[in-house]
Structure formats: C-alpha cells, structure tokens
Design a protein around this ligand. Sequence first.
Ligand SMILES: Cc1cc2nc3c(=O)[nH]c(=O)nc-3n(C[C@H](O)[C@H](O)[C@H](O)COP(=O)(O)OP(=O)(O)OC[C@H]3O[C@@H](n4cnc5c(N)ncnc54)[C@H](O)[C@@H]3O)c2cc1C
Ligand code: FES
Length: 286
Amino acid sequence: MRLAAAELIESREILPGQWIQAYHAPELANGSRAGQFVHVRPGDYSGLVLRRPFSLNTADAVTGVVTIHFRVIGRGTDWFTHLRPGDRIDMLGPLGRPFEVDPRSRHLLLVAGGLGMAGVRMLADEAIRDGRQVTLLFGAASAREVYPSTLLPDEVEYVVATDDGSLGHHGFVTDLVPEYEAWADQAFACGPWPMLAALARLAEGRRGRLGVAKLGRKRGGGKADPPGSPAARRKAFLQVSMEQNMGCAVGACLGCVVQTTGGTPQRVCREGPVFAAEELAWEAAW
Ligand SMILES: Cc1cc2nc3c(=O)[nH]c(=O)nc-3n(C[C@H](O)[C@H](O)[C@H](O)COP(=O)(O)OP(=O)(O)OC[C@H]3O[C@@H](n4cnc5c(N)ncnc54)[C@H](O)[C@@H]3O)c2cc1C
Ligand code: FES
C-alpha cells in the first residue's frame, strides 16, 4: 500500500454523470492488479474528510498512469469533477485483493452491471495481454448509459443488454450468461448486489448442468483452500467484486463486512473486494 500525490492529466464525462479521470501516479500504476481499488481525498482536504473508494479502472506501469471511472452521486464525486489538469489528489492504494485467473483458463467471461464496468475493466487489459479470449457482457438501464465500446480493447467481444431494450438484448445482462457458460473457463463480475446474487445462483448450478470438474481439484478431493485465499479465488468459476460503504478501507472500522457461508464475516476492504462467489452467503442480511 502506497500514498501518492496523484496529478490529474485528463478528465472527461464519457456518459451523462459518468467520468473517467487519468492520474499520473507511477507508485500505484506499478504493481496494481485488476480488482484492487484506491482510496482518495483532496490533497488539501477541501472539506472532504473521508476518503472515497474507487476501483482501479486501468493502470499502465509504462506511463505511470492510472484511471478511475465514477458516477457523480454526492459531494465527493461531484468535487472530483471540478478538478483541472495539474491538480493533485491524495491517492492511497492499491488496496484489497485482486481477481485471480487460473493459469489454464483461456476463455474469460466478464459481466458488468452499470458502474460495475470499472470493477472489471482492468481485467480485460490483463487478460488480453496474457493472450486470453475475453467476452464482456454489459448491462445498463438504457442505451444512454451503455459504456462506449471505443473505450475497450479491440480484442474484447462486447455484448450489451438494456432493461428497456433500447440497445442490444432486451432484458437483464444475466439473461445472456447461459449462452456463454460452456465456453467460459472462469467468470468475473462487478455490479449491483442482485445481479451478483443471480450470477452466483447460475454458477452454483453450472457444474451439474455441464458436468465439468472444479478448477484445480485433483481426483478424490484434496485439502480445501482457506476461505479468502488466492487459491480459493483462482479455483472458483465465478469471482465477484463487492462494493460496500466504507469508512477506513484498511480493515479497522468493520464498516464493510459481508457474511460468508462458513459464518466468518469478511471485510470487503481487506479480505475483498474480490471473493469467490461460493464463499459468500448471498441470502444473509448485511
Ligand atoms: C471497493 C469499492 C470500489 C468502488 N469503485 C467505484 C468505482 O469505480 N466507480 C464509482 O462510481 N463508484 C465506486 N464505488 C462507490 C463510490 O465509492 C461511491 O459512489 C462514492 O464514495 C460516493 O461518494 P460521494 O461523496 O459522491 O457520495 P456521498 O453519498 O455524499 O458519500 C458520503 C460517504 O459515504 C461513502 N459512500 C457512499 N456511497 C458509497 C459506496 N457505494 N461505496 C462506498 N462508500 C460509499 C463515501 O465514501 C462517503 O464517505 C466503489 C466503492 C467501493 C467500496
Ligand atoms: S472500511 Fe473499515 S474495515 Fe473495511
């Protein structure tokens, strides 16, 4: 974890109320992995005491540039839109645990709902760089909120669903998943909780439907991997990136806890934000 005085290079509104900002922060661009996040605040506080968490949307170790993609929902996110190139913010990161791709996985299915795109976007870059095939399913309320395909690597197959049918499939993005479940070696998702819960249900039934073995399991079972471990994520068909309201983002306040099937609460900021979907108790109230 490092603290950077990140300098704004570019800021643009890519969709109504949604911004992508590029910051020069070589300390963070180097060594960050898809699924991790940063915790940011104005360099001089400017009245914003609490930091705001944002997924690392992209990170380029060569140029030292990281990007964040956010929707304006309140005072903090609005404040960031008024920054100008050359302004600096205080950026802490990379925080949390990243997505883990099994070395044998060739076909990755990414599923994003709305701003969940920011949670999986960097994984597309990493996967393409490593020679994997990527299909990205994206769901939005309407065409007005569909992430522009021009902002994705050309190699990504991009499939869109809209709730009102104004672009792509008419319905939820989860409707598209069954078509890809035999093709995909692993799936990675970020978005609203109901979308993630629906995907977790689909993933649970997949092994039975397709008759496929669990990744990394030797015949006859073997020792189970500890919950929250990189190995547990790597062997999961579905990994999800969770968003919970955060206070400290360093594991101290317990404000971001989610419940696991084993009954051990996990902190989204430390043990997450990425979890193997099968580790989380989707029906539990949190
Ligand atoms: C791990 C993680 C990654 C995230 N990545 C993104 C991203 O890439 N793009 C994006 O648009 N949003 C992301 N969010 C949500 C984003 O942090 C909130 O939208 C933002 O903090 C709202 O700040 P605000 O001051 O504008 O809103 P306000 O509602 O005024 O916020 C007030 C307080 O509540 C906290 N808060 C409010 N909503 C959230 C929330 N959903 N999650 C966490 N804290 C919240 C803020 O940190 C702040 O302390 C992420 C959240 C988490 C936990
Ligand atoms: S936000 Fe404080 S423990 Fe996670």
